[in-house]
Design a protein around this ligand. Sequence first.
Ligand SMILES: [Zn+2]
Length: 243
Amino acid sequence: MNIHNLMEEVVGHRINKLYNQIKEVNACWLTCDCENCRADAISYVLNRVAPRYVVSGRGVIHARDILQDAQIKADIDALGIEGIRIISSTKRPFHSSARTECIVEASEKPVFNFPIIQGSILEGNTFEPLANATVTLKMDGKEVDMADITWANPLNTYSSTKGSYSFWPKAIEAENADETKKFNFSIEVKRPGYDQVNYAFDTVLISENKIRKELDTTVSLKIMDLVMFREEIKNTMNRMIKD
Ligand SMILES: [Zn+2]
């Protein structure tokens, strides 16, 4: 008997597709896309999704049937992009095939390079990660542009990635080198049936001479967990307080 995990094909297919899409949009943070890195990204996802075992040869369920399920596909893609970012941000000196084809957009002026902004959305009753929340990063009330189109704003949270979100704002030109500036951000979280959450924070940056291309997760800005409460629970609590 030959037992096979169908998810290997499904995840392999999606990861290769994601790598190709990231390369197509010229995202310079992708440092390497060799077979080893792709295999690491595939393993990252396979270790975090439920396996789907089949007996080889019976051919009842195919990989493409699994991808018909929009939720499974979204969960794999969310984990896939998370895995690819982590693998790209890890220093891997033994990889000689670093990508060179990426064109780095030169800036005449110094720039403010933003850290990666990361956090998680939790459910107020259970304190479990909350999926299907829409998270928007704003600066002075406006949606913030991302470093490249592989980063979404607004974005959705997924159960596979434990309600987490991460944003990488696009660098902003500065007037002078070594200029210090404070940036005011807010995070807006919406989900049907839940009260909207708004969280404001600021970060002080010093301008640098060039746009940072490397994904450095060690300098990320961690935001406290944001908790969402169901509309009716809060109303009940308000009534209890009044009574
Ligand atoms: Zn590699």
